[in-house]
Ligand binder design. Sequence first.
Ligand code: SF4
Length: 211
Amino acid sequence: MDKRIYNILDILEDMYSDAKPGLEYTTPFELLVATILSAQCTDVRVNMITRELFKEYNTPEDFANVDVRALEKAIYSCGFYRNKSRNIIETSKILLKEHDGQVPDSLEELQRLPGVGRKTANVVLSNAFDIPAIAVDTHVFRVSNRLGLVDAKNVDETERQLMQIIPKHKWSNAHHWLIYHGRQVCSARSPKCSTCKLAKLCKYNMKFQGE
Ligand code: SF4
């Protein structure tokens, strides 16, 4: 592996060795619901919602039978509440009908559920089932491209390239390192390059230093 990339991964691991999922959950199903809710919404907001929501509903049976208006009201503040409510209810019905009420542990089957794209499926696989996966969200996409870990036009390419350079047993952790770095240091609008521990290795920073 390119020594620069090796060093970046080493520093990230060192900086964020205690990184963990931002969403709160106690079962794979709760994580699935929380991840569907987290589209275009912060983990902090989702946790505020699910802390109350899961007291009343936290199984596929509960959500398959929920009154749609009551669910919309409960999740209203996370945005796209109509779509998200519909997706959670439909997903719950499919889980009951086709998976014995269990969340499947395969990428293909997860992606067949309404509201579950590749990123959501990877979050569930890695966090609920300990299956190595790299979920590429906006932070992972931005940070890994700025650093020059990858050179990708979209999230799928980013995922493929990251999987090539990161050892498989570190995929799930690496996803968290990149999210933490994106939130704490390398924000979209004003990255803190002058204090970033990766500045000397970062392609984005090197480009601007050279101008
Ligand atoms: S040097 Fe700047 S652009 Fe590069 S990772 Fe650090 S904060 Fe982000």
